[in-house]
Design a protein around this ligand. Structure first.
Ligand code: CP
Length: 325
């Protein structure tokens, strides 16, 4: 177990060793148990986390803020449009200044081609750890919660088959960060990973190559498929969600037009029936109900989406306690 994590940024989980990720998961399960037993764990008393959002959020904001309170500290909500960021505060200034007021800086910036770069620029200027609350490429705290959920529902992830599939959504061009991170994390844990999407929804080649290499090293497998039904066949975990055609579309409008070719890519009862009998259905939320996933699936017996959402807080408390303690 690697425990020397104080001061470490969490921007890309792939930059953390497997032993370090194991430590996060161990601590997350411990904190979850303690919370259930009513055992207080004020590990970050008097510590403050800055939460800087450039994009909307329900779960991430609420779970980081509640998590800091449960750890005995405080989280301050900062929104780009209502601060002087909108008038020119630079990433370097944000890192320098918020780093002097706080014990950690968490950032969500999903702007395509910019988000990850922005977070790294803040981190380079910050004296305290920087946590990625989702960028254009990665959503590490979501993937940690997802892996926790898989472990709780299925035991050891090794040898389990997960279908990470694209699904149609009409609401907006969702970031690619969830499938990118989930594919790269589950392949590190020996899972058989199917990444399923229409050709226009491909993910960055270098990140897909990392997933393939992870699978080779862990003894799992990794396959890219373009047939939703085939991807579902016998899967233990169905993780079907939408993302934008960000590598192929010219703009938002073009992306929406491309997606419209695939409105039949919905996680419905017919498709869930193709998975293993005891398969679980996962989604990070928010979902386009009736479009991306049928109500009967997301509200049905296979769905674990609320346990998955709950695990956000436990995973994030572990990361904060380990890096900001
Ligand atoms: N899953 C997730 O990150 O949810 P929010 O966008 O509501 O934070």
């Amino acid at each position: 177990m690697q425990t020397h994590l104080h001061g470490k940024d969490l921007i890309d989980l792939q930059e953390w060793t497997r032993e370090e990720v194991d430590t996060i998961l161990d601590v997350a399960f411990q904190l979850k148990r303690e919370r259930a037993l009513g055992i207080p764990h004020p590990l970050l008393r008097d510590r403050v986390l800055a939460m800087l959002f450039f994009f909307s959020s329900t779960r991430t904001r609420a779970s980081f803020e509640a998590g800091m309170a449960q750890l005995g500290g405080h989280a301050q909500f900062i929104e780009s449009r209502t601060t002087q960021i909108s008038h020119g505060d630079t990433a370097k200034e944000i890192g320098e200044i918020l780093g002097r007021y706080n014990d950690g800086i968490a950032i969500r910036n999903v702007d395509w081609g910019l988000g990850n770069r922005y977070i790294r620029e803040v981190a380079a200027a910050s004296r305290v750890p920087v946590l990625n609350m989702q960028c254009d490429l990665f959503h590490p705290h979501q993937s940690l919660a997802d892996l926790m959920t898989i472990m709780e529902k299925k035991g050891s992830p090794k040898g389990r088959t997960i279908a990470i599939s694209w699904a149609y959504a009409a609401s907006y061009q969702k970031p690619i960060s969830v499938p990118v991170d989930l594919a790269r994390l589950t392949t590190r844990y020996g899972m058989n990973v199917r990444l399923v999407h229409p050709p226009e929804f491909r993910l960055p080649e270098d990140l897909v190559a990392q997933a393939a290499e992870n699978a080779r090293t862990s003894g799992g497998s990794f396959e890219v498929m373009d047939d939703f039904d085939a991807g579902m066949k016998g899967a233990d975990i169905v993780y079907a969600k939408s993302w934008g055609a960000l590598l192929t579309a010219k703009d938002e409008e073009d992306g929406a037009a491309i997606a419209k070719k695939y409105t039949d890519w919905i996680a419905d009862e017919r498709r869930i029936a193709m998975a293993a009998e005891d398969a679980i259905y996962m989604h990070p939320l928010p979902a386009d109900r009736g479009i991306e996933v049928a109500d009967a699936v997301i509200d049905g017996p296979h769905s674990v989406v609320y346990d998955e959402a709950e695990n956000r807080i436990h995973a994030q408390k572990a990361v904060m306690a380990l890096t900001m303690g």
